[in-house]
Each structure stands twice: as structure tokens, then as C-alpha cells.
Design a binder for this molecule. Sequence first.
Ligand code: GLN
Length: 467
Amino acid sequence: MSLDQLRAHTVADAWRRYDAVQAGRDGLNAFLSVDRDGAHAAGRTAESGPLAGIPVAVKDNLATHGLPTTCASRVLDGYVSPFEATAVRRLREAGAVVIGKTNLDEFAMGSSTENSAFGPTRNPIDPTRVPGGSSGGSAAAVAAGVVRLALGSETGGSVRQPAAFCGVVGVKPTYGRVSRFGLVAYASSLDHVGVFGATVAEAALGLEVIAGHDPHDATSADRAVPPLVPVLEGVRPLAGLVIGRPAEYFPPSLDARIAEQCARALDTLRTLGAEVRDVSLATTAHAIPTYYVLAPAEASSNLARYDGVRYGARVDGSGPGSDLRTMYERTRSHGFGAEVTRRILLGTYVLSAGYYDAYYRRAQAVRARVAGEFAATFASGVHLLFTPTAPTTAFRIGELSDPYEMYLSDIFTVTANLAGVPAMSVPIGRVDGLPVGGQFMASHFDEATMLRAAAALEQALGAEAHR
Ligand code: GLN
């Protein structure tokens, strides 16, 4: 478990890689803005600390001083926040150097980063493919070696799925573990700040730095953060650990090659001393419809603030129809892309009188059942769950044109957001040269056990995880 590579990766190394991969015909388009001379960080970055001098990248829906915060939306084009997200502030206080803001699906709505108003990000492993999303820019920046640590956000899988697609580590902590202050709201009850790392230990260190109570976020948990960087000891470091294998995450329709990679990972976990137990999470089948009622409902309310008055872009009316309502309509029609518009419409619909009980209230009830099922499983003596992170490897840019198909990308990840439990993706192998991620989920606030198992698996698989 070495952090030596992280410490050796300098800001100069980051710019060298950035210049080689960001722009041009096969350029990754992973970044939306950069702080080349450090001017925007002046006076804010600590000179010492656990991340002293280490370059990091930040998803462009986290507020930062100096650099724009656009959420990859025209509606916020040019917007610079007067305050900074707590997670970003904590990185800087630990000495990290924020080199830039990364591309995403507009307002974090999507699974491919194709919904960015500023063009898609490409997958560094195969530039004809998506990096996943919505935190595709951060995942690509780590996979391409620009940075070894980056921040992302999750509402339904936006850190884990791109981590899987790009062959890096992605962690979504427990809801409340990391402050959401300064994270632009998509669906507040599901939103989390998460981290990407080149390795488990690096992601763990990043999480340790940003975690902890914050009075600026009412949902932030007032709990001590234990040491998270995993320490592996003994020949069977996972002895005594029970890992559940939920049948619903291994349906007969699952790509056999992904299933095979997972089986190998489970065998390795057994070799490391863990007991693998078959379990069932029957509500999984309802997770996607539940998520795609609740997330748009909250989004429709959260995004009402982009009205051309308070933030960012305004499209003024002209001529006789140039009243306030016309300005709102023109600003919002011009400012939001197709997917964001679809979510606002969906969300408004499920919250409207007459449909509220049939959709929104029902989805809330199913969400409680999903959470209850996780709680019962962990209470039964299972410490962790292991599943594939995504049902496929990275698809081609433009390949999924039906929004519903895109939503199915999140089938194995939305459950952890609905339940608020910590979850992460770690590279376990490749199919046709494309990375496959394995997912661990743990009970509330038990990130440490999850990171320990993932680190042991990473170490045992070694180079196998990348071929
Ligand atoms: N793909 C999911 C969505 O579009 C999840 C996105 C996210 O986690 N931010 O809502």
C-alpha cells in the first residue's frame, strides 16, 4: 500500500500529461478550465499537509474560487462562484494543487459525459468510446495519468461507473460522510461527493482528507473519520470477513465475460481469507424506476433557480413579448440541453397533483424498502457485498441514443445511492481490452472495511486487473 507514486507525481508532470492528452483530434476533452499558473489558488493552498504539492482535478459541479463552475451547462457558462465547496477547500488545506475543472454530463445527468454542452470526453483506453459519466472528465484525467486523484460526484453511480469504464478506482462514501456544501445540487437526497484514485490507497487518502462534519451542510454527519488508508497485514488479510454475492446483480443476462471477471475476483477474495456467501436483494429490480422518479423530481425543484435572474446566462426577450415570463422561457430553453429538459419535465410530472401519490410517494416507499433490505443483509452478518459495477464495458460515443438504455447503465449502482451506503469500484480485469470494474458496498460509515477489501483484491490481482 504505497503512496509513493502519488507523492512523486508533480504539478509539472500533470501539465506535461495534460498537454499530451487534452486537445486535438483524439484529445480527451477531460477538462473545461484550468489554472495553469496557480493564480486562482494563490494564498489558499497550504504548503504542507498530506497532499502537499500533489496535483488534483475537480469535477465542474463543485464550486471553486477563481475558476468557473459551469456544470457543463450553457445556463452557467462563465459563472464563477463566490465561495468554494468544502471538499475542495479541504483538499487545498491538505496542500493539494487544483489544476482544473473536469467535464461532466450537464448537471451530472447522464452516464457517458456526452450530455456536456462543451462536447463529450473520450475514454483514454479507447478514444472512440465514452469514459462513462457523469464524472467522465475526472475518471479520464486519472486514467490518462494527468492526475492520480480527482473529485467527482454521485447521484446514481457517477463516480463508480466511469471509474469502471476507465480502469481506475472510484469511491462513493456514505451519505453524510463528505459535505455537499458547494456541490451544485442535482437530487439532494441522493447527491454525494466522491473520489477517484489511480489506486485504492490514493482514493482512500483523498477521502480521508475531504471527509468529516461540516456545519454548512445540514445532512453532514457529526462522526469521527477513522483512518481510511488501508493497512494489509498477514497472509490472509481478509480472514473473518463475510462477503455477500447478491444474485440479482448476476442475472443470467449478464455479459458472460463480465461475470467471469467477477468470479475470478470472488475466488481471489476467498484466497485472501474472506467467506463468500450467496445473498438476495430482491428490491433491486425496482431500483431503476424508483431512482428515475425520485432523481428527476428533486432535480425539477433544484433547477428552478436557473431563471436568468440569479445565476449565469440570461436570454432577454425583445419586442412586444419581452416580459419576465418570456425571459424565463427563453433563458431556460436556451440554457438547458435535451436530457436536463427531459428530467425537469419528468420530475414536474411525477410531482404534479394527481400523479404525486402514484409516482413520487410510491417511489419513496420503495426507496425505504431498498434501504431496509441493505440494512437487514448487513445485520445478518454480511460485512460487504461484491457485484459488477456496470452491466457493460465502455460503449462507443453515440452508441446509446435511447435515454432508457442509457438509464440501464446505472442498474448496479443506483441502489447504494437510494440506501445511502458506501460503495466503490475497483479494476478487476479487462474484456476485449476494455476495463471491468468490481463493486464493493458496505454498511453505513464502514468505508474502512470496504477499502481494506478492495486494496487486498487490488494487490492480489496485481497486473491481472489491467489485462
Ligand atoms: N446516470 C445517472 C443519472 O443520470 C447517475 C448520475 C449521477 O450519479 N450523477 O442520473
